[in-house]
Design a protein. Sequence first.
Length: 413
Amino acid sequence: MVLLATLVALPLSAESVEIPEEDRPELFALLLAASFGAMLLVASTDLVMLYLSFEFVSILSYVLACYRRGSRSSAEAGLEYVIYGGVASGLMVYGFSLLCGLGGLTCIAACSRPPAAPGDGFAPAAMVGCALALVGFGYKVASAPFHMWAPDVYEGAPTPVTAYFSVVPKAAGFAALVRFLFGGFTVQDGPSWRVFAHVDWVPLLEVMCVLTMTVGNLAAMAQRKVKRMLAYSGVAHAGYVLIGVVVLTSRGLEATLVYLFVYSFMNLGAFAVVAMVVNRTGSDDLEAFKGLFWRGRQGAFVAVLATAFFFALVGAPPTAGFTGKLLLFSAAVEHHSYGIVVAALLNTLISVYYYFKVFQAMFLTSPSTPEKLTWSGWALALLLVLALPTIGFGVRSESLIAIARASLHLVGV
């Protein structure tokens, strides 16, 4: 997923009007370095290495967010990212220090073993440590209430960088969270997962899951800028992915992997459409999408593929988004988490409203200018490459599910 997002962000950056040609080599180097840090984060099995990788990705992301020189919104995005990131990192590393002090170890795989004789203050300290650690993970995956940085950063950063942010930190953050929860610090107790068999994770994660879905979708309804709308949509999708983390069974983890993978294609495709529209109109407002279908053959082609990506983000059949959500909801039903499933279904219905606004602008509104829009062949080809798995994995998903199931041994399942 990290490599996929990088392979999409690099060519999008190569022709972006938001990035001057002389500044692109440094941007490519920063993207590649951030991808290296994200892969280290995914592979971390020790809390020290996990934190160092977390900071490696974060610091490079701060620079990428404010890469539009001379742009006030980009400078604000970088500053806001630094402030939120610094606070989240400090809280996270303090939580790690409490958990390491209680367990006496930094290796994640060994941390599920409780101390021989925990004292009276053990459970409260473990709960504080867990809550602080979750702050850092919540910030990285943009889950509520730690999502406040995402809309401003997504809007202020160059659109190719925003596409990169929408996948790489989220995928790496969820991979680290799953390894942290499933690979260590937890002991199974029936349907619950307890820290050192003392503190139950599930209620805290359930609240975060429902809050993230609801806040993201409700906030997206009021947006007029498509980048900002997709930022809140990304918050909502972090809530959907958290369903699999709440379940934390082999079925839940399998569904999480599948959904993250298909989400990468459909979300990168949606941001690629925004980047292409920005390159030709200079704006990501809904006004720029008006009559896109009627602005030449290439405009119609882009509008049709954009519809496929938005349908997938809703979770409509026969797209891959439907398959991913079906797996998540099935895992939650098997876990008897019916409240989360109901909340997710209601939030899915809410999301139809703001995605339909873009569809309406592209197909049901007259263009503000009759000028036809054209793009380079590679840009259209990239969009088609992202659209094929977005539809294909919705029709035939058996091989993807099998790969996800075979990958579970990486976290000890």
